[in-house]
Design a protein around this ligand. Structure first.
Ligand code: EPZ
Length: 417
């Protein structure tokens, strides 16, 4: 069940319901450690990364119940401040247990996190911001030991590099620190706004999330509450690309168009006809030949790095030559060799991909290596001539809920073997 058999040369047309955001749900799950009251979270996507995060909370002693896409969490019985190695290693998001456990217990011991192999994935910025708030942190061979002797004291902290992860770590620590913390050079992703909304629902005092400066007035404790996870903007973008590369038509529903401004601009530039409504995005590429586009990834609201592989596939079958430059991660091109096996004409020059569009890609036996690259290879199989096999598909199960079922509803001929 870790291989996909895909009959290609298909046009993908129809409606798709977008699931909750993986990258909002994961940090929010770990933020529940900050309170001993009951939490209810809706629109949680069914993903292996989410399952791992729930297992991690249970390994600490939390009680969880998943019913009709509603997740109930009660962390009042958490007693352990050092999550198990085997689960911690599975996901990058594990790092977001560090600050909450440190605040809750005055100490924490976290193994270095896992996550997609798309670069070195350091955690130095997470450590630096906690030290600035007054934590004592010792980095051992493969784990972090943190302790605080007195309550953390809020202060103005400039994060030297825009980092979603470090911004979230600092937000969670500052929420229960003494006094006010001002986060400068904060990441501005929609997921950061959703996390702030969740924490404020529990009684936190956070303003400015979504801008580059976030003000957090520390509170004594957090209460319980309910929260609905925002839609997944990267799943949305991936399905828009599915219709674009197959010259089809799609309506993505239960999504948030304003989270994809830059992606929609680039899709229009490639010739797609885009229409949007309150919670839907329509893309029409029927009867068109996409035009190559140039992209440079940057922190939100710039073009998202998580859409880089998908747009390389679009450039692979577009008219002309397109250049995509990756500025966030230092090794996010591993999928490119698999597209070249299919006949794509791609050259890599430093941190740029130069792609000369071809008329067709041809089926191959492909190997996934990371989440977004894996999803891109599946889409390549849907449009290539012949039967494509994609191996190691556990990668995309980490971040795409019912990916194959949703693609089949759009006309893909795809099955697990
Ligand atoms: C989050 O990763 C997302 N992951 C990534 O999505 C997303 O690509 C990334 O943010 C966008 O910036 C989750 O939310 C689980 P960062 P994160 O901290 O927090 C460097 C996907 O496909 N850095 O914003 O790890 C880092 O190496 C995944 O869903 C440090 O140098 O990203 C990178 O170059 C992939 N030191 C840059 O900053 C640190 O301590 C941005 O990283 C932390 C990060």
């Amino acid at each position: 069940m870790d291989k996909l058999y895909i009959e290609g040369d298909k046009k993908l047309n129809g409606n798709v319901i977008i699931s909750g955001s993986k990258n909002a749900a994961l940090p929010i799950l770990f933020m529940t450690i900050l309170t001993e009251e009951k939490i209810k979270i809706s629109n949680i996507p069914k993903l292996t990364d989410i399952t791992v995060a729930i297992e991690l909370l249970k390994s600490l002693g939390a009680k969880t119940k998943y019913q009709k896409k509603l997740l109930y969490i009660d962390t009042s019985s958490i007693k352990i401040y050092s999550p198990p190695y085997d689960l911690t290693k599975k996901i990058r998001a594990s790092i977001w247990m560090l600050a909450p456990l440190l605040i809750r217990f005055g100490q924490a011991k976290i193994f270095l996190p896992g996550g997609c192999k798309i670069g070195s994935r350091p955690i130095d910025l997470h450590v630096k911001v906690l030290i600035k708030l007054g934590a004592k942190i010792v980095l051992e061979k493969n784990y972090i030991s943190a302790s605080i002797r007195k309550p953390l004291i809020g202060k103005r902290i400039y994060i030297e590099k825009i980092s979603v992860g470090a911004t979230i770590t600092l937000m969670s620590a500052a929420t229960l620190a003494q006094g006010t913390t001002i986060i400068e050079n904060a990441a501005q992703e929609p997921e950061i706004i959703d996390i702030a909304k969740f924490l404020n629902t529990l009684g936190a005092n956070i303003i400015g999330a979504g801008s580059n400066t976030i003000f957090i007035k520390g509170v004594l404790k957090l209460n319980g509450g309910e929260h609905r996870i925002i839609p997944d903007r990267i799943e949305t973008g991936t399905f828009l690309i599915a219709a674009a590369v197959s010259k089809g038509f799609i309506i993505c529903r239960h999504t948030e168009p304003k989270h994809l401004k830059n992606v929609l601009i680039k899709l229009s530039e490639s010739g797609a006809e885009i229409e949007t409504g309150k919670d839907w995005i329509q893309l029409d590429m029927r009867g068109k030949k996409p035009k190559s586009i140039n992209i440079s990834t940057s922190p939100y609201p710039g073009f998202p790095t998580d859409m880089q592989p998908q747009f390389t596939l679009l450039n692979s079958i577009s008219q002309g030559e397109g250049i995509i430059t990756e500025n966030i991660f230092d090794n996010r091109f591993i999928y490119v060799s698999e597209l070249i096996k299919m006949g794509a004409q791609i050259k890599i020059k430093n941190n740029s991909i130069i792609c000369k569009g071809v008329s067709n890609l041809y089926a191959q036996n492909l190997f996934s290596n990371d989440l977004r690259g894996s999803a891109t290879l599946v889409l390549a199989g849907c449009i290539a001539k012949g039967i494509t096999i994609v191996n190691n598909v556990y990668h995309f199960k980490r971040g795409y809920e019912s990916f194959c079922e949703k693609l089949k509803k759009l006309g893909a001929n795809i099955k697990y073997i």
